[in-house]
Design a protein around this ligand. Structure first.
Ligand SMILES: [Zn+2]
Length: 155
């Protein structure tokens, strides 16, 4: 009995799934090439997708760090004003998360593997609290004493 078009399609799809499983390297090469080609012709769209992915991951990281809320003042009105703070400073040189708190993807994966590992190392702060903390702890590199005096109005 001849197969229907649907049956043929299903059989072909099943065969392709099987093939990609058996040939992961070859499949990767094909997929990468297709992705590259798509990116080249859909540059704007690709940027947009990356941006929204970044936002999703960022919110996920905030959730993993105890929630989308400032640990200092409790601000939670807009997640875009929330920042990931390295409690003892030096966020860019953190070996634990392999990439520090600038690589959100690495950080998310690390947090998923170490759901409590961030305690005492990271916290979620709103932009205001984070900025104030930077000044109070002298976490920026140069001209700290001068700018601190100016900030708080001492003459
Ligand atoms: Zn705050």
């Amino acid at each position: 009995m001849p197969k229907s078009i649907e049956e043929k399609r299903a059989a072909k799809a099943a065969y392709q799934r099987e093939w990609t499983k058996r040939n992961p390297e070859k499949w990767q090469a094909i997929a990468n090439k297709a992705r590259k080609k798509w990116r080249a012709t859909n540059f704007e769209r690709d940027c947009e997708i990356n941006r929204s992915l970044r936002y999703i991951v960022r919110r996920e990281v905030l959730d993993l760090l105890g929630g989308q809320k400032c640990a200092h003042c409790g601000y939670d009105a807009d997640w875009r004003a929330l920042q990931i703070d390295h409690i003892h400073g030096g966020g860019s040189k953190d070996s634990k998360t392999s990439g520090g708190n600038t690589n959100l993807w690495a950080m998310r994966n690390w947090l998923k593997k170490n759901p409590d590992g961030w305690q005492g190392t990271y916290q979620v702060l709103c932009a205001n609290c984070n900025r104030i903390k930077v000044f109070e702890n002298g976490e920026h590199s140069a001209g700290y004493t001068v700018s601190k005096r100016m900030e708080i109005g001492e003459r």
